[in-house]
Design a protein around this ligand. Structure first.
Ligand code: NAD
Ligand code: ZN
Length: 251
């Protein structure tokens, strides 16, 4: 299916007139930054056994867990930079065209692109948290220094530091969950960008938003489980291409 100019215009008009617009992003928005999705052919889980990201394994084997975390999330994926889709969302926030940005990604790229208020549903690699005294560290240079010696130790109390993202079998941070569902329910337009909708509870946000009256705009390179069931306007294409077209149509 070709990206239709009429549908882009329709989406832009809805966004312009919407008093409260939410953008909800997943791994797909970062693919063009060189970060592969975790599942599927090229996916990370075909190369690594994801058990090192189980929360119990982390506490039992912090050194082993950290060795893979550093390699994958800080050395390999740490080099990724925001792409045009992230940039458009940062400008839309500044122009008050989106009122909340919820991401499932842990890659910190929305924050790097300049979004001031990112609701981090699954946390971020951009912050470490002490498992003993709970202080957080978000200075990139300091993080790089701290993870030279694994497992990294808290500069305050010597406790074990953990990346402040959500491990498997770990709870969603209460404030992010609360803020996300509140925003979804308040939304008049809800944009789904690059997410398959397979990861729960995040996947419940678009249907919740639809139930409470939002128009759902979906951007993806291929249809998802949302497309027939939840989406009102499906814009098929790469996130960067579609987001730039929307921005242009907003002028
Ligand atoms: P997913 O891998 O399940 O789905 C990705 C979706 O993006 C697919 O529907 C795919 O068709 C689409 N897509 C691929 N390339 C695209 C492009 N260029 N433009 C637009 N769409 C594109 O991802 P998910 O739904 O976010 O679930 C994966 C979970 O794993 C997330 O909850 C997240 O926490 C984590 N994850 C994070 C990252 C990251 O931080 N960048 C990367 C992979 C996975
Ligand atoms: Zn500490």
């Amino acid at each position: 299916m070709m990206l239709s100019e009429t549908e882009i215009k329709r989406a832009a008009v809805l966004i312009k007139e919407s008093p409260y617009t939410v953008a909800f992003t997943g791994a797909g928005i970062s693919v063009e930054s060189g970060i592969p999705p975790f599942r599927g052919g090229d996916g990370l889980w075909n190369k690594f056994d994801p058990s090192f990201l189980e929360i119990d394994y982390f506490y039992q084997q912090p050194l082993k867990s950290w060795e893979l975390i550093r390699k994958i999330f800080y050395q390999y994926l740490g080099k990724a930079r925001p792409n045009k889709a992230h940039d458009v969302l940062a400008r839309m926030e500044a122009r008050k065209l989106i009122h909340a940005l919820i991401t499932q990604n842990i890659d910190n790229l929305h924050q790097q692109a300049g979004n001031q208020d990112v609701i981090e549903f699954h946390g971020t690699t951009g912050r470490l948290i002490c498992t003993a005294c709970h202080q957080t560290i978000n200075d990139t240079a300091q993080i790089t220094k701290l993870i030279e010696n694994l497992p990294p130790a808290c500069p305050e109390c010597g406790g074990l530091l953990k990346p402040d993202f959500v491990f498997f079998s770990e709870m969603i941070p209460e404030s992010a969950r609360e803020r996300s569902f509140t925003a979804a329910q308040k939304a008049t337009v809800f944009m789904i960008i690059g997410t398959s909708g397979d990861v729960f509870p995040a996947a419940m946000l678009p249907p919740r938003s639809k139930q409470t009256g939002a128009t759902i705009i979906e951007i993806n390179t291929a249809p998802t489980s949302y497309t027939d069931a939840t989406t009102d306007i499906f814009l098929e294409g790469k996130a960067s291409v579609v987001m730039e077209a929307i921005e242009k149509a907003l002028e």
